[in-house]
Ligand binder design. Structure first.
Ligand SMILES: Cc1cc2nc3c(=O)[nH]c(=O)nc-3n(C[C@H](O)[C@H](O)[C@H](O)COP(=O)(O)O)c2cc1C
Length: 351
């Protein structure tokens, strides 16, 4: 990974709503990924706040076991936000109240999900199509709880309706504490590139904190984008699935220090910690399935990753796979050439 010096940035803590962050890069919410054990790991590895995956407010109302399980968090995660989605304002308010009661530090509304199942109901990114109606919804949501309400949006529905600025204004009037913007339209899904010029333009015209998001592949790039766009913070999703040390590396650069690449020993220690965190939270079977997914992501791009990935999803003896995995990472991390980290990766998701 290139380690050129970043341009001078202020070193002070970063204010985001009521929270003071040690540095300005935060982990993005990701469905099936940012569960409580992974959020704990990422807090330990330097993400200054964490957010759950999107949770259905309708599901919370019905009280299904699986949905309620998604609301659980560990004290170690604080500040932690729970992200919700629905097309129904009253269900969103009830869900936010439940989340407040559970003690979460903030509630985040998903307004960026492009998935047909979600937008067809009028939830996710569909709610941004009408900023006036959105403003009313957000006002009710903000008034329904004491904890901060934040939102995550895209730049617009499609190339002809990039109305993120109107959405940010509606959010500002409603009392939303920050807006995270994934720099693609709903129509783009994950194709093309995040439009950081547009994010920058919105930031310049906004009076509440803006978090820029999209395609930040390396810690250096994250801080370069932060500086060039003027956003208050950046949000990083997929890159943290290839490089779990992303946030502590940003923190080092933020302090004007060069970061050391993790040693093989440290890499293995983190894998073992992650396995323990999964085992603490889940049944042995679920813990193993989660760990398999992460082994595949963490290995993506390393030489031999295709063969290793095949093993990850085909070996039935998990302990044997685990020994292979430790060996794979020990070898790869020792002899690495990390230029591949800047390549596109995992092109799909809920925001
Ligand atoms: C597998 C996956 C799941 C995602 N799930 C969510 C989600 O639950 N809520 C959300 O707001 N965004 C979700 N996203 C979008 C990310 O938060 C982020 O906006 C997007 O990946 C772009 O950032 P990146 O280029 O740093 O990954 C998801 C993305 C991926 C790849």
């Amino acid at each position: 990974m290139p380690r050129r010096p970043v341009q001078k940035l202020k070193r002070s803590a970063v204010k985001l709503g009521p929270f003071e962050l040690e540095h300005p890069a935060v982990l993005a919410p990701m469905a099936g990924i940012t569960d409580s054990p992974f959020r704990r790991l990422m807090r330990r590895l330097g993400s200054p706040i964490v957010i759950s995956e999107l949770v259905s407010a309708n599901g919370i109302e019905h009280g299904g076991e699986k949905t309620i399980a998604l609301l659980r968090f560990h004290e170690e995660e604080r500040p932690v936000g729970i992200q919700i989605f629905s097309e129904d304002t009253s269900l969103l308010c009830k869900a936010a109240q439940k989340i407040e009661k559970l003690g979460a530090d903030f509630v985040d509304l998903n307004l960026g999900c492009p998935v047909p199942k979600v937008v067809k109901r009028g939830a996710g990114s569909a709610l941004c199509r009408d900023p006036i109606a959105l403003g009313k919804l957000l006002t009710e949501l903000v008034n329904s709880v004491q904890i901060p309400v934040t939102i995550k949006i895209r730049t617009g529905w499609d190339a002809t309706s990039r109305n993120a600025l109107e959405c940010v204004r509606a959010a500002t009037d409603a009392g939303v504490r920050w807006v995270a913007i994934h720099g693609r339209t709903r129509a783009q899904g994950y194709s093309g590139e995040a439009d950081w010029d547009f994010i920058s333009e919105i930031k310049a015209k906004s009076s509440i904190p803006i978090i820029g998001n999209g395609d930040l592949a390396t810690p250096e790039m994250a801080l370069d984008r932060l500086k060039s766009s003027g956003v208050d913070a950046v949000m990083v999703g997929r890159a943290a699935l290839r490089n779990p040390f992303f946030f502590e590396q940003v923190h080092a650069l933020w302090r004007h220090e060069n970061y050391l690449l993790p040693s093989a020993e440290r890499y293995l220690e983190i894998l073992k910690t992650q396995r323990l965190l999964f085992e603490e939270a889940y049944s042995p079977r679920t813990a193993m399935l989660q760990m398999r997914k992460f082994l595949a992501w963490f290995s993506a791009g390393y030489p031999g990753c295709h063969d290793f990935r095949r093993k990850v999803f085909s070996m039935t003896d998990f302990e044997a796979l685990w020994q292979d995995a430790l060996l794979f990472f020990e070898t790869q991390v020792r002899d690495r050439d990390l230029r591949f980290m800047a390549q596109p990766f995992l092109m799909g998701g809920h925001g």
